[in-house]
Design a protein around this ligand. Structure first.
Ligand code: NOJ
Length: 524
């Protein structure tokens, strides 16, 4: 019998190093800061109880895209610490039973990367073909094709370089030139980067912008204009999701497997569930692919029920989803739905579905997006609000740094840091943090929630209810998205309630589920 892969049972927690914890008072989070706060995640009685960390980029970078613009894939940026700090972090994480995966950014580099500096220096440089260069469009001094960058709301994905008069491709910022994945030397170089970190002991990678690793080699025009992820329209865009991507992922997987039980998680930013599922069904490349559907849904039970059931149908019993509510690129769930109660219901959902949950730092506190005054904006794409620092202690006690820094935080604290901080919420048995801890403990101790089959019970109107079943164990989850009480039927002991108000007791026949709330019931 094959052993069940560890990442199927794991709950991941994303750390965005800039805003997690600062150890040296410069206002920016760093690796020693993370080490100092690992107890928050695992290893002490008050820990959240997650199983794995996804560490966002900490590599050497000019920070035009805060680390997603790399100048050396195998070096730690001094802002975040040293390679020794990284090794210590990994050792400390492993000592606590936490696995750690790191971001891999294979689609592009910084324009200051030595590879690109060489590539742009002349048309005959040996690294010329490491990036995607073309002459102007035949109609004149215009980009070679009509592809658009994902950033900038409609910028061309091409910039003319003055050194040689040719244009280079960039799917994101002009300072993030795309590597040429048609060139085997590029692929081999990225494999070497993977081996570098795998040798150090990382448990796998979250791979950035996976869908961009396959583009039509003839760079033909997209039909129409596409500025971001587009639902449907297969075959109309040629700047991503080209079939070559699957072979490339399979070869990355082979590299990861040289080191045993490591995981590859893909950021496949494709919102069409059918096309996303293709990345999992091949069984040769990614182990997990983020499903971003919850980031865009209206607050309706039926909408969430539909998204879950549709994806369950597409990936089948063997396939394994990866659900998330937040990350460093999207408005936080408490802000999107303007309600802490909704954030609690969403937490119960993501921690009881079939699949691997990915949490984003601060969602366990119910944090909202920060408010950024114009003079403090740093991200070109407007993503600062979800990247505000984690408040560890009430600023009235710890000062403006809220335990995140002894200096002035690089970005403002999120709203209500006086109550939404780790220390205050730890002391409150009904806090959002208490709910996350409890749901994680329930998940960890309930095999059906980890591995059981999913079956929808109700997906009408405001209520999304489902069952997870494994052997004789049967767990029902009732989520009410609506603002009124709903009558339901069920029988069993309540394992968790979103309100965290005292002993949850039992349900026995008919019961009322309050507005915007949820229950997990162990059925008898
Ligand atoms: C996705 C990352 O999550 C985002 O932060 C980044 O800007 C783009 N990929 C480009 O690397």
């Amino acid at each position: 019998m094959t052993r069940r892969a560890w990442w199927r049972d794991a709950v991941f927690y994303q750390i965005y190093p800039r805003s997690f914890a600062d150890s040296n008072g410069d206002g920016v989070g760093d690796l020693p800061g993370i080490i100092a706060h690992l107890d928050h995640l695992r290893g002490s009685p008050a820990s959240l109880g997650v199983d794995a960390i996804w560490l966002s980029p900490f590599y050497q970078s000019p920070m035009a895209d805060f680390g997603y613009d790399v100048t050396d894939h195998c070096a730690v940026d001094p802002l975040f610490g040293t390679l020794d700090d990284f090794d210590r972090l990994l050792t400390e994480a492993h000592r606590r039973g936490l696995r750690m995966i790191v971001d891999l950014v294979p689609n592009h580099t910084s324009d200051l990367h030595p590879w690109f500096r060489e590539s742009r220096s002349s048309r005959t440089n040996p690294k010329r073909d490491w990036y995607v260069w073309r002459d102007a469009h035949r109609d004149g001094d215009a980009p070679p094709n009509n592809w658009l960058a994902a950033f900038g709301g409609g910028w061309p994905a091409w910039t003319k370089d003055l050194e040689t008069g040719a244009w280079y491709l960039h799917s994101f910022l002009p300072s993030q030139p795309d590597l040429n994945w048609e060139n085997p030397a590029v692929e081999a170089a990225i494999h070497d980067v993977m081996r570098f970190w795998l040798r150090r002991g990382v448990d796998g990678f979250r791979i950035d912008a996976v869908h961009k690793l396959g583009k039509a080699p003839d760079l033909r025009d997209n039909h129409g204009s596409f500025t971001g992820a587009v639902v449907g329209d297969r075959g109309l865009r040629f700047d991503e999701d080209w079939p070559t991507v699957h072979g490339r992922l399979a070869r990355m997987r082979a590299v990861a497997r040289e080191f045993g039980d490591r995981v590859l998680v893909g950021e496949v930013y494709i919102l069409d569930p059918e096309r996303l599922a293709a990345y999992l069904r091949s069984g040769r490349g990614l182990d997990l692919a983020h499903n971003f559907s919850f980031l865009r849904l209206p607050w309706r039970g039926a909408a969430f029920a539909h998204a879950v059931s549709a994806f369950e149908g597409l990936v089948g019993r063997q396939g394994w989803p990866a659900w998330c509510l937040n990350n460093h690129d999207h408005s936080r769930v408490a802000t999107r739905y303007a309600s802490e109660r909704a954030a609690r219901v969403a937490a119960m959902l993501v921690l009881t579905l079939r699949g691997t949950p990915f949490l984003y730092q601060g969602e366990e506190l119910g944090l909202e997006d920060g408010v950024i005054p114009p003079e403090r904006v740093v991200d070109v794409e407007g993503r600062d609000p979800e990247r505000c620092p984690i408040p560890w202690v009430d600023p009235a006690i710890a000062g403006v740094g809220a335990g995140f820094t002894s200096g002035r935080p690089g970005l403002p604290l999120p709203p209500d840091a006086g109550v939404r901080n780790v220390a205050t919420e730890t002391a409150d048995p009904a806090s959002v943090l208490a709910l996350y801890r409890h749901l994680l403990a329930v998940r960890t101790g309930t095999p059906a929630l980890k591995a059981g089959a999913f079956e929808s019970i109700s997906s009408e109107g405001d209520v999304f209810a489902y069952r997870r079943r494994l052997g004789h164990e049967s767990i029902a989850v009732y989520l009410n998205f609506g603002s009124g009480e709903v009558p339901l039927r069920g029988r069993g002991s309540v394992l968790a309630s979103t309100l965290m108000a005292g002993d949850p007791g039992t349900v026995d026949g008919s019961f009322e589920l309050g507005p915007v709330s949820g229950l997990v019931v162990k059925e008898q």
